[in-house]
Design a protein around this ligand. Structure first.
Ligand code: ZN
Length: 122
């Protein structure tokens, strides 16, 4: 289950931030996950419960935003929502498109107890 290793790297990043800012623990964490990032929400939930006890994220309220996948058609330039990678354009049927959003897997913000430190989002 790769969700577990994802949660463990989130724990690592959070521990790092807490140490860097001399905080105690994370109060709130906001994640952005694209619908094509390969993350199963229930598996993520399960992995979270398994991985956070005794870490700085133990008491953190988590807020997960699931982002729908969007693409721009290479032929007609219309933007559309993708259910799966390589879905054809609904306007013209073209298969080539540029993915605009959907593979995100990032920490949007983290609130450390005592102070607020937004992490750079890229
Ligand atoms: Zn098109």
């Amino acid at each position: 289950m790769h969700e577990l290793s994802i949660v463990m790297s989130i724990v690592d990043i959070a521990s790092e931030q807490v140490r860097e800012h001399d905080a105690d623990y994370v109060e709130r964490i906001e994640l952005e996950i694209g619908s094509l990032a390969g993350i199963e929400p229930q598996a993520l939930e399960f992995a979270w419960e398994a991985a956070v006890p005794d870490t700085v994220l133990e008491k953190a309220v988590r807020n997960i935003h699931y982002l729908p996948a969007r693409a721009r058609c290479a032929a007609c330039s219309q933007e559309f929502e993708l259910q799966q990678l390589f879905d054809p354009c609904p306007h013209c049927g073209e298969y080539f498109s540029d993915l605009l959003q959907g593979k995100e897997l990032r920490i949007k913000t983290m609130t450390l107890i005592g102070k607020e430190e937004p992490t750079p989002s890229n």
